[in-house]
Design a protein. Sequence first.
Length: 367
Amino acid sequence: MGADVGRRPLRKRQYDEDDVRVRPGKGSRPRTRLRPAHEDAVEGFVVAVDRGRYTCLVTAGPSAGEKRRRARDRASGAGDDGRLVVAMKARELGRKGIVVGDRVSLVGDVSGAPDTLARVVRVEPRASMLRRSADDTEDTDGIERPVVANADQLVIVTALADPPPRPRMIDRMLVAAFDADIEPLLCLTKSDLAPPEELVSLYAPLGVPYVVVSKGGTLDEVRERLRDRISVLVGHSGVGKSTLVNALVPGADRAVSHVNAVTGRGRHTSTSAVALALPDGGWIIDTPGVRSFGLAHVSVETVLAGFPDLVEGTVECPKGCNHLGEECALDGWVAAGRADPARLVSLRRLLAIREGAPDDDRRPDAP
Ligand SMILES: Nc1nc2c(ncn2[C@@H]2O[C@H](COP(=O)(O)OP(=O)(O)OP(=O)(O)O)[C@@H](O)[C@H]2O)c(=O)[nH]1
Ligand SMILES: [Zn+2]
């Protein structure tokens, strides 16, 4: 199951190398390769971020330089992978943000012992950056907030019932995936309560892959799709995200409260993303604080890029066409049989979402 046709349906054709998109007007700082020092750094993967403290899993043992130093110091550097280290950002990183999913280099006290603090001296170039505008929160300042780095899959978790699916919310998430150049996966939960067909048919024209799960049911297919990838889970409250994460990652609750304890957070106050290692390899990143994505920063072109079958048809559009109005040439393009009308309906749905159509409409707004 899951549409395998066009497995990367919502990918931009070319990935633009702008993972450090700087707010316009603030002056952009060229990306500099950091000083070559720190040969004793160890590699880490950022699993949680809280108020300037970065919890990192040490993913690779010490570098050659560190090993030499340790050999000299007769300190054992072996077997210490997999420890959590709390770090702060080294001053040399300036204002560069560090988010969950980042791969970093750590120096200083990387023992992970209680009350120690290492320093992040380098952030590796990112393969992707999931971001949202802040316009879905209280302030409408239009600032983009990075959420997760290096994710390669956005798992949009939606219950088939209780709570009912919110297609516009799904559409928003799809556009966010799109913008971040991350593959979407629809994860339809609670299939014991309602059948998936109606919702699946809504997304069929987009070729979005999907999996159907229910509590206590098999997770083989989900596991298969998550294996060795960095997957971000999004979905609104009550859709069964925690149930799913707990089933996929034995001890997930413990892991999260451990991270919270390490960062000094309360046990149940986790509002930022936390990365959990999957037993079969890969990472699952739960985003409790992210219920939706502001999309003010996403351009028409970004959305359109996911519809190569329609792009050519826009050549005849008036300048600045938002492809939603009567003057849009795409209607003619589709009428002439150049593309599937269902694709145009899908494109317009996503474009309308971008323009701020409310996403809390609970009617399945099938075309
Ligand atoms: N019938 C049914 N109920 C489910 C299923 N999965 C989860 N639930 C129930 O749905 C409710 C919400 O599940 P959670 O896993 O807590 O949902 P969540 O998305 O983590 O919600 P938040 O914690 O609010 O973010 C719980 O009462 C679960 O027992 C399922 O497959 N079928
Ligand atoms: Zn148009």
